[in-house]
Design a binder for this molecule. Structure first.
Ligand SMILES: Cc1ncc(COP(=O)(O)O)c(C=O)c1O
Length: 388
């Protein structure tokens, strides 16, 4: 049987080959320190698991949920945005619940665009955005994220034709993979750019809770006029270590939210109601665990940067997210360096080129192992004597 043309045009899953290589090495009995992936290593806070257990026992959870999710979760998302960012959200018209923001990000082009339309994507890019491009049969232009511009796109450098044809723009701060954060000026510029060229904006705020050095990451919706042009995706996967629960939401422009809802009415029947109740609890309960988690990542980041500098690896400390974007030493491509670390140091990192052309020259390291393992990883890399 042949698969549809659409399936055949889906991009290869970038992380699948990394997982395969790492699993093969582990199967050979090697002690691999896996810094390659983005799966939070800590468990969901107990009070959220308790909320799930209670909700799971309620027979109301055993029925089909409303197509557009339970009111309690939409209200909790609105309350969360008001409390954390001072942003007013109407829970009835400005929130869409998604089964993980990956789904929202992949389905949005299908909801807003026609085959052949163009969107704008950063490079390096979170690879799952490309699945949405392929499914909706659209095209994309890229915006390089360069260190000299703090890994923010510079809209002024885009050609006029590219700006004119763009219908949708994705941005993501704190950024995966670079660890960069956005500024108020950049978001204000994004709103002005989107208004001028009539472009819808989706800001992926997956790492919204993870900012370092006393700087809380800002929401795109805090920018004046942001709701006129766009939405923001927020996942519970990272803030609350709930990656396996598959729950997140989009907030902002009511028209874009309606487009997502309409598509989802046909694709899904919302999420297990107990998961939604527990998610509402996570958003509205006290947030001590979130601060502890943020501090854990900051402390790991500090260890990584200190150890890297000790061995002569000149790295920049990421400002947010749980990734560090480290330059590859001279004489290696990203792929060669990634393979060297796996084969000779038993350390897995993600090849920067997998995130796009402008990822060449970098590897992405996840801060998702304990400090002791991070130190050991750096010692193993030091033993290769490539930085001396
Ligand atoms: C930048 C970015 N966006 C979105 C996601 C998807 O998150 P979710 O678990 O909500 O699907 C991830 C997950 O790694 C991510 O890194």
């Amino acid at each position: 049987m042949e698969f549809s043309k659409k399936l055949q045009q889906l991009p290869p899953q970038f992380f699948a080959s990394l997982v395969q290589k790492v699993n093969a090495a582990i199967a050979d009995g090697r002690d691999i320190i896996n810094l390659g992936q983005g799966n939070p290593d800590q468990p969901t806070p107990v009070h959220i698991v308790d909320a799930l257990q209670q909700a799971a026992e309620n027979p109301i959870s055993h029925k089909y949920p409303p197509f557009r999710g339970i009111e309690e979760l939409r209200e909790a998302a609105a309350a969360f945005y008001l409390r954390e960012y001072g942003v007013h959200i109407d829970p009835k018209t400005e929130v869409a619940i998604v089964g993980g923001t990956k789904i929202g990000l992949v389905e949005l082009p299908l909801a807003l665009m026609n085959p052949g339309d163009y969107m704008l994507l950063p490079d390096p890019v979170y690879p799952d955005y490309l699945s949405g491009v392929a499914l909706a049969d659209i095209q994309f232009d890229t915006m390089p994220l360069l260190p000299e511009n703090n890994f923010l796109p510079d809209y002024n450098t885009l050609g006029e034709k590219i700006k004119e044809r763009a219908k949708l723009l994705y941005i993501n701060y704190p950024n995966n993979p670079t660890g960069a954060i956005a500024t108020n000026d950049f978001f204000a510029e994004t709103v002005a750019f989107a208004k001028k060229y009539n472009i819808a904006v989706a800001h992926d705020f997956a790492y919204g809770a993870i900012g370092f050095d006393g700087k809380k990451p800002i929401s795109f919706l805090q920018a004046e006029g942001a709701k006129d042009v766009g939405i923001e995706f927020y996942t519970l996967s990272k803030t609350f270590n709930m990656a396996g629960w598959r729950v997140g939401f989009a907030v902002g422009n009511a028209k874009i939210i309606e487009a997502i809802q309409l598509l989802q009415d046909h694709l899904f029947c919302s999420l297990f109601p107990a998961v939604q109740h527990a998610a509402a609890h996570a958003l509205t309960a006290e947030q001590t665990a979130v601060e502890q988690l943020r501090a854990t990542y900051e402390s790991r980041r500090n260890v990584l940067v200190e150890e890297a500098k000790k061995i002569g690896w000149q790295v920049e400390a990421p400002a947010g997210s749980f990734f560090a974007w480290l330059p590859v030493p001279q004489g290696y491509t990203s792929e060669q360096f990634t393979d060297l670390l796996l084969n000779k140091a038993d350390v897995a990192v993600a090849n920067g080129k997998g995130f796009g052309e402008f990822g060449e020259g970098y590897v992405r390291v996840g801060l998702l192992v304990c400090e002791e393992r991070l130190r050991e990883a750096m010692q193993r890399i030091a033993a290769l004597n490539i930085f001396s």
